[in-house]
Design a protein around this ligand. Structure first.
Ligand SMILES: CCCCCCCCCCCCCCC(=O)SCCNC(=O)CCNC(=O)[C@H](O)C(C)(C)COP(=O)(O)OP(=O)(O)OC[C@H]1O[C@@H](n2cnc3c(N)ncnc32)[C@H](O)[C@@H]1OP(=O)(O)O
Ligand SMILES: CCCCCCCC/C=C\CCCCCCCC(=O)OC[C@@H](O)COP(=O)(O)O
Length: 272
């Protein structure tokens, strides 16, 4: 109940701010604060529902989490324009890879998240209060980014279990947030899993947030995000020797798509 009042308080503050035209830095802090608060509050309210409906840690909880997070965009005036959802309709498991710009990505993730799909996350998120609890309940796979050996072991397990459990796995191959309008070089974990499990890689690209969100300039307004789910890339018959090529191929396809969706001339066009 008290949390409910806090939420309304934050919403009123946000409205007041918009009306009074506070500085961009205050606007940014208020909006990010409100987003974090919303995530923590929604997680606290959703966790008992997940426990009651599904009894514990299971990917089935992602459907409940998805329904809740899909409402967040209305608070921030964000719109998603999605293309290519039919590319998720592959038989059986797959690795989904996408670009990662901000903590706001959770809204874009849930906007298109297919059923039976878990994400790979840094283990530190487990300790993010109620958000940690809800992502644990949703079956998120936690990795220790500081230890490649540990992370590789967890990922090898994922490669074995995803086929048996028929789940899709969502990985952010940049390995960290990057809001520059470009991609960071890809880490190879996702592509190793795909080859080990012999499952397709489905690339997903979100247009650059920089026109409405930029932590450096403290910009955070409403905006439109274009999303494209690209055709699956098959890995049948590939071996660990092909992982670097597969990673490069995926990187270049996604970079071209990112530039196109963001209205930025691609490198090849610039040089011609
Ligand atoms: C109600 C409200 C709720 C709101 C909330 C709802 C939330 C939903 C949950 C969403 C959570 C999202 C969280 C997002 C994140 O946390 S992103 C950060 C974590 N993810 C990643 O880091 C994934 C990407 N990283 C990788 O895949 C890395 O490769 C990693 C496995 C971590 C290893 O790291 P690193 O050593 O830095 O990477 P390299 O790629 O350079 O690899 C080094 C060498 O190891 C080889 N390698 C890598 N992986 C494997 C493997 N699985 N098997 C075998 N070999 C592997 C790799 O080839 C390199 O060797 P070579 O150079 O090729 O010789
Ligand atoms: C009792 C402890 C209380 C802790 C409170 C923590 C407050 C945080 C609460 C809400 C923030 C909303 C988080 C939504 C989930 C975001 C997932 C995400 O985007 O993680 C970033 C990760 O991919 C990469 O991390 P880095 O860019 O390498 O860094």
């Amino acid at each position: 109940m008290e949390l409910g009042w806090l939420l309304w308080g934050a919403a009123v503050l946000l409205l007041l701010h918009v009306l009074m035209g506070l500085s961009p830095a205050v606007n940014f802090a208020l909006r990010i604060g409100f987003y974090s608060f919303l995530c923590l509050l929604a997680s606290a309210l959703t966790a008992p529902v997940c426990l009651l409906v599904n009894g514990g840690r299971t990917v089935k909880n992602m459907r409940i989490i998805r329904a809740v997070v899909r409402t967040f965009k209305y608070f921030f005036g964000l719109r998603f324009e999605v293309k290519g959802l039919e590319n998720f309709k592959v038989e059986g498991p797959a690795i989904i890879v996408s670009n990662h710009q901000s903590i706001l990505d959770m809204m874009g993730l849930m906007e298109i998240l297919p059923d039976n799909c878990v994400q790979v996350a840094k283990k530190e998120l487990m300790y993010a209060g109620t958000v940690g609890l809800i992502i644990y309940l949703g079956g998120v796979i936690f990795i220790n980014r500081k230890s490649t050996t540990d992370a590789k072991m967890v990922m090898a397990e994922v490669a074995k279990s995803m086929t048996a459990d028929n789940v899709k796995v969502w990985v952010y191959p940049e390995g960290t947030r990057n809001c520059t309008g470009d991609l960071l070089p890809f880490k190879k974990g996702a592509f190793h899993i795909a080859v080990q499990a012999q499952v397709p890689v489905i690339p997903v690209v979100y247009s650059s947030f920089t026109s409405f969100y930029n932590p450096k300039t403290k910009l955070f307004t409403s905006g439109k995000i274009k999303v494209e789910v690209l055709p699956p890339i098959e890995t049948k018959g590939l071996t660990s020797d092909d992982v670097s090529d597969l990673t490069d191929r995926c990187f270049h396809t996604m970079r071209e798509t990112l530039f196109r969706l963001s209205g930025r001339p691609s490198e090849s066009k610039k040089s011609s």
